[in-house]
Design a protein around this ligand. Structure first.
Ligand code: KG4
Ligand code: ZN
Length: 358
């Protein structure tokens, strides 16, 4: 089965052709980073205009690189949400028009579910139940997945996403955008124990995340230590490298310790870490150590599939298309789309063959 994936939820225009939900035949990503860079973040209006300009050439290139024609595909999968409304609309309208013209089935995919399926490539098949940390510029959640397509959010951020914290801290240190890769590079030469930031914990004891306090602590440290933010093109000081390493250390500890706590309570058979921040080498290293301690396999997407792409959307969409799911032509972008939350006790009872009398 050949599926065309389309992703335009934020600042990448992407299209991919995927065979049988696991084999990437082609994947094209047109990044808007150079456009948004000078604003230090994504400008929604510019993003949707750019998607409009790029969608046709990006999809054509995905077909060209795959060596297949549009008529040969079996279906189309497109991101319907969550994301920026103007951006999502470009992909959704394009996918619907294409499906209608070609008389092919299509499905809408939740962007977060797409990130989870990014590990379908280059990893053994996922064994369920699985625990997935999705960590990007817009999201930081841990899902428990009793079986394919069923999700329970067990942890969420109360304020900023982890990637957003990387971006904001990089901005206040004058390091550029996007902040994640820059901070990771500087952190390699810094001391992670130089500045003792503490891991944020929730007053109510829930395994949730909070990163805005950490950003405030970095701001306070910069002010109190008289640290000068970087000027354009200068060599970063050792203090900035130490600060980058210390900040990254707490973010990684907060993410991995929470994953560990949930794994100990819910007994998953596979751990998954996906989303833009999953590119981070330190996060991978510390997660692998934790997984080895718990004797669990951990799957990461390869780095080019960690940030937004359409192959992951095609992979998630393939499962839905195979299950007979079909989108209607009145399908619309859904900015705040959430994965449906299942009741874990009910799911466990179903697996054990117990029937509920309602
Ligand atoms: O998944 P993604 O491409 O877009 C969203 O759906 O948000 O994630 C982008 C985010 C940005 O915040 C970026 O700073 C972060 O992922 N990121 C990283 C790294 N590479 C990208 N964060 C930490 N370390 C990295 N190496
Ligand atoms: Zn994303």
């Amino acid at each position: 089965m050949l599926v065309l994936g389309i992703e335009t939820s934020c600042d990448e225009t992407a299209a991919a052709v995927v065979r049988d939900g696991r084999e990437m035949v082609s994947s094209v990503i047109s990044s808007q980073v150079p456009i948004h860079k000078r604003f230090g973040g994504v400008v929604p209006e510019l993003a949707s205009r750019e998607h409009l300009d790029k969608i046709v050439p990006v999809v054509s290139e995905a077909f060209e690189r795959a060596g297949v024609s549009a008529r040969e595909i079996d279906g189309i999968a497109v991101t319907v949400g969550p994301g920026l409304v103007g951006s999502l609309l470009v992909g959704v309208s394009y996918a619907k028009a294409m499906a209608y013209a070609l008389k092919k089935p299509f499905v809408g995919v939740n962007h977060i579910e797409g990130h989870i399926y990014s590990v379908a490539f280059e990893n053994p098949p996922i064994e369920y139940p699985a625990e997935a940390l999705i960590v990007s510029g817009g999201h930081t959640n841990i899902f428990f997945i009793p079986e394919p397509g069923k999700y329970k959010v067990l942890s969420r951020t109360r304020d900023d996403a982890a990637g957003e914290a990387f971006d904001k801290v990089a901005k206040l240190l004058g390091l550029g955008y996007p902040g994640g890769p820059i901070i990771e590079r500087l952190a390699r030469e810094g001391n992670p124990n130089a500045v003792p930031f503490s891991i944020p914990r929730m007053g109510d004891g829930l395994p949730d995340f909070s990163f805005s306090g950490l950003k405030t602590a970095v701001t306070k440290h910069v002010r109190e230590s008289g640290l000068a933010p970087m000027e354009n093109g200068g060599e970063p000081s050792q203090e900035i490298k130490d600060l980058a390493a210390s900040f990254q250390h707490v973010v990684v500890q907060s993410l991995v310790r929470t994953m560990e706590r949930i794994a100990e309570e819910h007994y998953p058979r596979t751990l998954i870490v996906a989303g833009g921040v999953a590119c981070n080498g330190k996060l991978r290293e510390v997660t692998r150590e934790m997984a080895a301690k718990l004797n669990l396999p951990v799957y990461f997407p390869s780095p080019h599939l960690s940030t937004d792409n359409a192959a992951m959307i095609a992979a998630a969409g393939s499962v839905k298309l195979l299950a007979g799911e079909r989108g209607n032509l009145d399908m619309n972008a859904d900015v705040t789309l959430r994965l449906q939350n299942v009741d874990l006790e009910e799911e466990a009872a179903k697996r054990a063959g117990v029937r509920y009398r309602l």
